[in-house]
Ligand binder design. Structure first.
Ligand code: SF4
Length: 317
């Protein structure tokens, strides 16, 4: 027994056998992220995704998912270019809806002072993009918002698309949803007849006074998983590292850019919550070798992004 073991350890496999074992190894361990990234690069975007297909991509080993997100990103986009968007709030606070995460809802006592609606010309001048987060999955949506339905949201997106306005629609993670809900959100977006031009991935900023004030902060690994999955299933979209970015360090944000994020919100304030310091962002671009991407809509320097009903108000004025 001992002798046999000793002999076996001294017998080298022929070179051809070693080569065959090497070349078959990646195929045997190929993840859904690898397979779908290859398909996205070869065939381009598709919108016939099944939910299990997206779940499999999402469940791929994290570093594999990140790597293949990066592959798709580099094959479709100039990987150094990152869009810097600015939020324009056309009416702050005093909102009649009850989104559980939002300090602007008049139902929660967050200390936010309501402001007047901006005038029509100023809004139309600025607004060249339609914005309407899906927020979360259809199943989890009623836990977060009861004053409107998921179908209302989808209908808004359809109206925006029909009006010839580009769509900015993503979601928020950290609302207490399950991972299946995150996949459900991506599935909704990736099966729209045309993918949104921009897909913001937000990490909840838990605001005191809202029903979600005690939610556990989202971890960077969760963001990377969402971003890389979004990149693979919607290869051409601008995937935006959005709210909650202020909590992530520069190396953590670098991983998000590597995974496929190519857009951020810039400016020290989002609609009502803190955002990253402008100078720190400039420094990050310099250190990471990122280049600001030119706006892709007209000559505006500011993307006017408002919440859905604010867009509706603007559109109906
Ligand atoms: S509709 Fe928009 S502004 Fe109103 S509560 Fe919800 S997220 Fe806030």
């Amino acid at each position: 027994m001992l002798l046999a073991r000793g002999l076996r350890s001294r017998v080298r496999p022929p070179l051809w056998a070693a080569a065959a074992a090497f070349s078959s190894a990646p195929a045997a361990s190929a993840s859904a992220a690898a397979a779908e990234a290859e398909r996205a690069i070869r065939d381009g975007p598709r919108n016939d995704w099944s939910r299990p297909e997206i779940q499999s991509v999402y469940d791929s080993p994290l570093l594999d998912l990140l790597f293949h997100g990066a592959q798709v990103h580099r094959s479709v986009h100039k990987f150094r270019e990152v869009q810097q968007c600015t939020l324009l709030s056309i009416k702050t606070g005093g909102c009649s809806e009850d989104c559980s995460y939002c300090p602007q809802s008049s139902r929660y006592n967050t200390g936010l002072k309501a402001q007047k609606l901006m005038n029509k010309d100023a809004v139309l001048e600025a607004a060249k993009k339609g914005y309407g987060n899906g927020d979360t999955s259809r199943e989890y949506y009623p836990n977060i918002i009861t004053t409107r339905s998921y179908d209302d949201r989808l209908q808004t997106l359809q109206h925006v698309r029909e009006a010839g306005i580009s769509i900015c629609s993503g979601g928020i993670i950290g609302l207490g949803e399950a991972e299946e809900d995150r996949v459900g959100l991506l599935h909704t977006l990736a099966t729209l007849p045309t993918h949104p031009e921009s897909v913001p991935i937000n990490a909840l900023v838990a605001v005191k006074g809202t029903p979600l004030e005690d939610q556990k902060p989202v971890e960077i690994w969760e963001m990377i998983r969402m971003i890389a999955t979004a990149r693979i299933v919607m290869p051409k979209a601008m995937v935006r590292l959005s709210a909650g970015r202020v909590r992530f360090s520069m190396p953590e944000q670098a991983l998000c850019f590597l995974a496929g994020a190519n857009s951020i919100f810039a400016g020290e304030k989002l609609l009502t919550t803190a955002n990253n310091d402008f100078d720190a962002d400039q420094m990050m671009f310099k250190i990471l070798g990122l280049i600001p991407k030119a706006p892709s809509f007209g000559d505006e320097e500011v993307a006017a992004l408002a919440t859905t009903e604010q867009c509706e108000q603007a559109a109906s004025m």
